[in-house]
Write a protein that binds this ligand. Sequence first.
Ligand SMILES: [Zn+2]
Ligand SMILES: [Zn+2]
Length: 159
Amino acid sequence: MVNEGVEYYSSWTISVKKKRTCPTCLGYASNKPKENCNHPRHLMEYKQIIQRGRNYKKSYRHTINRRKRVETRKRKKMIIELLGGKCVRCGITDLRVLQINHLHHVGRTKRPHESGSDFYLRILDGRRDTSDLDIRCANCNILYEYERSFREELIQIAQ
Ligand SMILES: [Zn+2]
Ligand SMILES: [Zn+2]
């Protein structure tokens, strides 16, 4: 750092837009210093402002993603309640393990729109029929898939 502190720093002006202006290149601190600008404060401020912007975007994205996940979870909860609120096989009511089960097992790859928050929304809007869906917990869902031979019974083969 240049040690001419006071002189250097006092020369900074605040523009009408309340932006700090570099006395060397006459650019705003938020703009990249021009090539002929060797003002250490300008470069420092510019870097800080850019970093602040990045941090803001990062934390904001986090907030949006979280909000989306919460919304999706709420929709899922409503649908589970709509479809009986418990596993049709073992009766567990713990939302953390309950899943919406396709009776005819149509994989996500075949119907990519049959997952996530839009799928839930279509059910809640009444645009998606629920007669081929029921609620099962994760364990019962896997057992159901074995029983219906959607999954290969590898355990039997091994024995
Ligand atoms: Zn400058
Ligand atoms: Zn169950």
